[in-house]
Every structure is written in structure tokens, then in C-alpha cells.
Design a protein. Structure first.
Length: 305
């Protein structure tokens, strides 16, 4: 089934306890589409970059089967830029710089060939843009999933709440869930957030895994304890790409299948953090992914007599 992803395509500058990068390619939609490319063939992208964005990176996305017809290039504009610094524990980070540039006034045009998409992934970007995309789809997709972050809760809360009413599934981290709901208990937070619109909620807890909530049901997926985490940037987006890519490939949005999807998403996130930026995500094989999923199965399975 076809997947449409909207979100940032960016330059990132990162600092981790292991080193520093100059501007490298990043962005939510970059990680999402790359991760999803291992699952779904129809992998469509709507995003915007400036004339400073390298053509060979667009080529790399295309090599991974990403359709870039919907990637607008504003020749005289600058690409979105984000810079972040990770703390010693690698689980928390500070945003140092956010320059929206061409993303601020992006008018998302949906190519005709993307209409009728069954799965929509609204990756992290301006909430008003996320809403415009939903409004511009002639037919409501089977599943609309949205990712966001604390910045939008702080500067565009009304727009965010307005788009939340229209989506089926929200994915955020534990800190953001607490900020959005005003509740410390994640169970209480989940209840409040699901009352804002999304019937299903995923709360990511970094190296401590992720929780899936739907009605009164909860599922917990661990994160794989890795010997080395190099760069956590994009882990949340790779998770989302693996999750929705798997759902689109299997075309099954039942809670049981979401449990499997969350493991595939966690596997993609575990690869992403092993190298800087998108380096690890562009060089994966299906065999590696399946072997890693088996590690998750082993990690979390036990029997009680
Ligand atoms: P993650 O580590 O999965 O939370 O996502 C990291 C990616 O999000 C980076 O590649 C950034 O370019 C992108 N990003 C950071 N801040 C924003 C923002 N305000 N809007 C859209 N994308 C962002």
C-alpha cells in the first residue's frame, strides 16, 4: 500500500560525547522515508528544501525508492537547519539552533499521483502544514499518523491541537507527553492525549523502549540495549518510518499488527543510532533487519508455567 510522508528535510549540526559534525543531511522526513523504504515500495515525499540542498542526496533518496516529485526546491531559499547537543547519557538533548527558513511558509502541494494514499505519515514540521496536507487529500487515508515535538507545543499549541483532532495515531516522547498533558503519570497523560483526538498513542522512552496505548490496552516494546550509541538523532523518525512502513506493507492496522510494527520500528531506530546521521540507514539489508527483529523477540519473550 502507498505511504505519503510529510516533514522536514534538513541540514543538521550535531554534537555528541563522541564527536561533532558540520552540516550533515537530516530532517524527520529523510529518516522516515529511508526507514520505510525497507518495507514499502510506494514511498512518496512532500517536503521543501532550499537551493543549497545537494542534488546527490535527492538522488540517494530516489535510489532507495523514494518518490521525490513532491519535494519542492526553492532555488533562492535556504534549507531548514537544526543543531542539537546531546548530554552525557545520550538520552536527552538540547536544541541549540532552529532555523525554519523555507519550511516556515511552505505551501505543501500534493502531486496528483499521491492522491488516494492509504497511509499518511505527518512527520515533524509546522503543525499548520501538517493540517493543510490532510485537507488537501481528496480521500481520507486508512491511517494518519503524526509526530511532533516540544517546540510546537510551546509556539503553536492551538494549531497542534487543531491537527490532533484529525489524526488516528500520535507518536511523541515521554517528556513531550508530559508537556502536552500536564500529567506526570504516562498512563494519565495517555488518557488525556487520546481525548484530544488520536485513538492510538505511542510514547517513546528513548533507550527504555516505547509504549503503545489504544483504548484500555497497553503494549510495551523494549529498546535493544546496544554496546555503543553513536548518535541518537533520527531515532524517533526511523522508528516512525519502520512502524508505518511495516503497517503499509502488511496493510493491517489492528492492535496486534501494531505490536509487530512497533518492534520493526524499534529495530530501525536501533540501526539509526549506530552511526552519525543517516549513514547506517542507507546501507541495510532485509536479512540484517530480520535478524535484529529476532533479537527483540528473544529479548522480551519468557514463559510462565
Ligand atoms: P529525532 O531525533 O527523531 O527526534 O529527529 C531529529 C530530526 O528532526 C533532525 O534531523 C532535525 O532536522 C529534525 N528537527 C528538529 N527540530 C525540528 C523542527 N522543529 N521541525 C521539524 N524537524 C525538526
Amino acid at each position: 500500500m502507498s505511504l505519503l510522508t510529510v516533514g522536514s528535510v534538513a541540514f543538521d549540526a550535531l554534537e555528541t560525547p563522541f564527536g561533532k559534525t558540520d552540516k550533515i543531511i537530516g530532517g524527520a522526513a529523510t529518516y522516515i522515508t529511508l526507514a520505510a523504504s525497507y518495507f514499502t515500495q510506494q514511498n512518496n515525499l512532500v517536503a521543501v528544501v532550499g537551493g543549497d540542498f545537494p542534488q546527490d542526496m535527492i538522488g540517494l533518496l530516489e535510489e532507495h525508492g523514494v518518490d521525490t516529485k513532491g519535494l519542492e526546491i526553492v532555488q533562492d531559499g535556504k534549507t531548514f537547519f537544526w543543531s542539537g547537543k546531546y548530554h552525557e547519557d545520550m538520552n536527552t538533548r538540547d536544541t541549540l539552533i532552529t532555523e525554519l527558513n523555507v519550511m516556515e511558509h511552505f505551501d505543501p502541494i500534493i502531486p496528483n499521483s499521491y492522491q488516494g494514499t492509504e497511509y499518511l505519515m505527518l512527520g515533524n514540521t509546522v503543525p499548520a502544514t501538517q493540517k493543510l496536507v490532510i485537507e488537501r487529500l481528496a480521500k481520507r487515508p486508512k491511517l494518519i499518523m503524526l509526530d511532533t515535538m516540544n517546540l510546537w507545543m510551546n509556539i503553536a499549541l492551538d494549531d497542534l491541537k487543531s491537527v490532533l483532532k484529525l489524526v488516528d495515531l500520535l507518536t511523541i516522547n515521554d517528556e513531550e507527553a508530559r508537556l502536552l498533558s500536564g500529567e506526570y503519570s504516562l498512563r494519565k497523560a495517555a488518557k488525556k492525549i487520546m481525548a484530544m483526538g488520536p485513538k492510538t498513542l505511542i510514547i517513546k522512552k528513548g533507550e527504555h523502549g516505547a509504549l503503545l496505548f489504544q483504548d484500555d490496552r497497553i503494549f510495551f516494546a523494549p529498546a535493544l540495549p546496544l554496546e555503543e550509541v553513536f548518535d541518537p538523532t533520527g531515532a524517533g523518525d526511523s522508528f516512525a518510518g519502520g512502524f508505518i512502513g511495516y503497517l503499509a506493507a502488511t496493510d493491517d492496522i489492528s492492535f496486534e499488527n501494531m505490536k509487530r510494527a512497533i518492534i520493526y520500528g524499534s529495530a530501525m531506530a536501533s540501526f539509526c543510532v549506530e552511526k552519525f546521521g543517516t549513514e547506517r540507514l542507507v546501507n541495510l539489508s532485509k536479512e540484517e533487519i530480520n535478524a535484529r527483529v529476532q533479537e527483540f523477540v528473544k529479548l522480551a519473550s519468557f514463559e510462565i508455567q
